[in-house]
Design a protein around this ligand. Sequence first.
Ligand code: ADP
Ligand code: MG
Length: 568
Amino acid sequence: ASTAEKMNFQTEVKQLLHLMIHSLYSNREIFLRELISNASDACDKLRFEALDKAELFEGDGELRIRVDYDESAATVTVSDNGIGMSRDEVITNLGTIAKSGTREFFSQLTGDQKKDANLIGQFGVGFYSAFIVADKVSVNTRRAGLAADQGVRWTCSMGEDAAGEYTIESIDKAGRGTEITLHLREDARDLVNGWQLRQLIRKYSDHIIQPILMKKEAWDEEAKAQVKGDEDETVNQANALWTRPRNEITDEEYKAFYKHVGHDFAEPLAWVHAKVEGRHEYTQLLYVPENAPFDLWDRNARHGIKLYVKRVFIMDDAEKLLPTYLRFVRGVVDSADLPLNVSREILQESKDIDTIRAGCTKKVLGMLEDMATNAAEKYATFWQAFGNVLKEGVGEDFANKDKIAGLLRFASTEADTPDQTVSLADYIGRMKAGQEKIYFVTAESFNAAKNSPHLEVFRKKGIEVLLLSDRVDEWVIGYLNEFDGKPLQSVAKGGLDLGGLEDEEEKKAAEQMADEFKALVERFKTSLGERVKDVRVTNRLTDSPACLVTDDQDMGMNLARILKAAGQ
Ligand code: ADP
Ligand code: MG
């Protein structure tokens, strides 16, 4: 073995460690869930890499996780025979936080422990949660496929204050995989107890698909205590949750499973679990999170669907299984038809995958429709977190455009607040007699939309107008010509025809006015020259003297502004 080398943590890791020790103690139990979750992921990764490199199994294809403890040393150990880590991977994974948005996240911290604890929960602490209960953590690991002398030991000790550094050294490790030993803090010693640990495993990790083993214990008369024997027992159910019938799974089980697949600390907002039979047979268990992840706006960020074939894990981030505009969905799909040796290349081409994708999309949209109808408050939470992502679907998913349009929510002049609560169906339900179109205005901000001079005539007549001010809105609206047979109409477009909403008298008055001001309009045209296409007399305005409109065929002004800003 070489000598130990000291290394510094990335600044964000130091901050995270500090916060965790000081604000997550009341949630200390989660450490075990996080370590087991990682062990399970490591087994999945090995299974995936071994698909075309069976020698990685090193003759041992039975993946498992083990939890052990040592009373006299006050340690708890979690080990797995998964993929393990090379030296470089240890440094990257246990010395830095690679999540996108990390910097921004840390800049949001306030120093207020309660608030920060909440935030950190949303961020997710994973491996580092070990330090909630331990003042020293050591990790022995060897990557599958590397020689026994390529093992690595990572250690980090800290007292009251977070440590700034860790050490790393080479070791011999016969078995592949990772073994993490926690030296428990004084006040966490009650966890060094077989009964306690079993409780925690059943409570948080029952759904883990690999067996979680512990040594069997029996009462020993002489020692007057439970004593560990040599035999193993499996503590968790170790079956695939999604293969069980729905009515036998509790909400608690669904939620615990979500935290593992979703890498989330918060509970899911909703889920859908269904088995599809027929030409293609597959099971789907799909979740909508409550909070947006930090990398939501990165369209290349990891996709949250795990693909299984007949209960065997195939791959993470199976981006082909859902369209990009549903990238916030987490969960698993288990296919009965795909070949077990499926590769990424096969997936790209597979017709089966197209069918599964269409089915999953339908299920998710159905779940959202159901939420919108039956749980309006939940839907509002959803819309706030993911509405702007879902909107992309209007332009991306032609087959489901109407469904998605039905799920959209807008601010409008009805409430005149920025809250996006109005659906197109709500709007149509409130249309005035003789109104044929859905009117909207787009602007750079809610206030600009709300105060747009184009609204004056609509406000006067009591006609509702949708107020669109999100960046994507103009793009979305470009794909949405009509809803439920009613065309969408910008109030800022040319010869706005109010159709049945204008009475004869108003029309006559307008014509008269146009005549009266002919000479003035000519003078405007001459002096504005090339800069305008046309000048018109209007009865649209009540308070403002003039406003700009675009031609029916021209792009919206907001879009024009965006393109101009982008230098086009
Ligand atoms: P996450 O699980 O969300 O990626 P964690 O903080 O829990 O974040 O883990 C960080 C990374 O450390 C993991 O992504 C993985 O690469 C690595 N890691 C943690 N535990 C193990 C393990 N038991 N085996 C292999 N790699 C691990
Ligand atoms: Mg993790």
